[in-house]
Write a protein that binds this ligand. Structure first.
Ligand SMILES: [Zn+2]
Length: 284
């Protein structure tokens, strides 16, 4: 049940026009996907399930698509499968064969020319198969290294982003504006002024990576100023692990048995998803 380029572009445009962002989560289990989709259904938003290259050792692209299909039927909302941060064209081809809707090729740590060249190659593979492409310009680093997100010389350059967008024809473009992946050692401060310049100069809808643990007022501000897809993972894992820990501490694993997850983990994860999606819907 692939969605197709035209419908995906329409969904992205609708989110941008409404000042909303589509939530995108790196999910590896059926229950993570189920709770996320349940919250998306309540909020009336499409949702992306993202597949990281390291997932291949645990769940195949085909299994991932099958889980999405089951949930799409269960909830009746658009659920989008997306390959996150691939450096491999071979993996891009394999997930497209498995039925993915969207792929990211990440050459952001290479030269501008190399990034353009490889991204164009991926576009030439994906578009004929009715699959959209995300790329990254400027490099989103690691939250564990302060310089990765505090040194504004590493942020996405507006002219480069505009040229990249025109040359590659991607549907989504990830930018570095003070965001980083994983846990931030110091509170990040998004460069909203840079985002506004990017929004004005770049036709392609923009994506914010590393959104977990960015203060919610900043996330809301970024969405208001043109971010249409928000990548999340760390917060979801934390909500899940903290709920398991609290349940075990309370001894619920001894009495709850089979229903431990349903009773102890689901409520906490649903609350997390509801609150985060509300921010992305402009209700934060
Ligand atoms: Zn990322």
């Amino acid at each position: 049940m692939k969605i197709g380029i035209e419908k995906l572009k329409a969904m992205i445009a609708e989110a941008r026009d409404a000042g909303r962002a589509i939530p995108a989560y790196d999910t590896i289990s059926y229950l993570q996907m189920d709770y996320a989709a349940a919250a998306a259904k309540e909020a009336g938003t499409p949702m992306m399930f993202m597949y990281l290259p390291l997932f291949e050792e645990i769940i195949s692209p085909k299994e991932f698509v099958a889980l999405k299909d089951v949930l799409q039927e269960k909830y009746g909302i658009p659920l989008i499968t997306h390959l996150d941060h691939s450096k491999s064209i071979d993996l891009v081809e394999r997930v497209i064969d498995a039925g993915f809707d969207s792929v990211m090729i990440d050459m952001s740590d290479r030269s501008f020319e190399e990034n353009v060249r490889v991204t164009k190659e991926v576009v030439s593979i994906a578009h004929p198969r009715d699959v959209i492409v995300e790329a990254e310009i400027g490099h989103v680093g690691s939250g564990s290294r302060v310089e990765d997100y505090q040194d504004s010389s590493l942020y996405t350059n507006v002219e480069e982003a505009a040229a990249f967008s025109k040359e590659t024809g991607v549907e989504l473009l990830a930018v570095a504006i003070g965001n980083s992946h994983g846990v931030y050692v110091e509170t990040p401060h998004l460069d909203i002024a840079r985002l506004k310049e990017l929004r004005a100069a770049v036709e392609t809808p923009l994506v914010l990576h590393g959104t977990s643990l960015i203060p919610e007022d900043q996330v809301a501000d970024a969405v208001r100023n043109g971010i249409v897809k928000v990548n999340l993972c760390t917060e979801m894992i934390m909500a899940e692990m903290e709920a398991i820990e609290a349940g075990v501490k309370a001894g619920a694993h001894k009495s709850g048995g089979l229903l431990f997850t349903e009773k102890c983990v689901k409520p906490a994860m649903m609350e997390y998803f509801r609150n985060k999606i509300a921010v992305l819907m402009g209700k934060g």
